[in-house]
Write a protein that binds this ligand. Sequence first.
Ligand code: PGA
Length: 247
Amino acid sequence: MALKKLVAGNWKMHGLSSDLDEVRVIAAAAKDYPGVDVALCVPAILIERAARAVPGFAIGGQDVHHAEKGPHTGCTSARMLLDAGASLTIVGHSERRDAQRESDVEVKAKTQSALSVGLNVILCVGESLEARERGAALDTVSAQLDGSLPDTVDDKAELAIAYEPIWAIGTGKIPTIDEIRDMHAAIRARLRDRYAVAGAGVRILYGGSVKASNAAEIFAIADVDGALVGGASLKAADFIPIVAAAS
Ligand code: PGA
């Protein structure tokens, strides 16, 4: 059975007060597609204002600290995200795995922390170009899943996986349809191994250079249950056609 698609925007380090109007436009337009779950993950400092601007629309964070509280200068806990009005968070994005040296162990701890307070999680995995070229893409992603998936999933909060090949992020390049299909099938198999029947209900998003022009083709692939969209999520004019393609 096909899962309801989730199209989440990742604004990365983009977004000021002046961009809240764009959040409003996106949230209003998303109402035309009730068959698709739509979310925007904005910079932490914008979450509260974005959530107030669009009540009922899913606003998320882009990272979370694994600890409940404590001496972690500059970090944001899962409860803080919830308190600010977020309903989800991205965890383990490759830009953080790379620039902040986040390990699978840390990504797992963050995921478990977020899920435990009722925050939905989009957990990112994906291989480098080097790994893809030497034929190690599946092994790389499997190892990331083994190291970063939470021990359990339950009804308290939703876990989704985003497969984002690093070489496709912000580059305009995407894997072939077969490559996406094979990877999503492998991720699904891993999820079933890990969570039995519940593994069939975990949404697997594709991310990396998703645009209006390629979205329909990507969404038609088996086990692609949505998308995590970076650059094309900043403007309603680019993002909403992707939501439409998912509907
Ligand atoms: P992109 O980014 O859509 O700009 O390639 C995707 C992501 O990093 O989540």
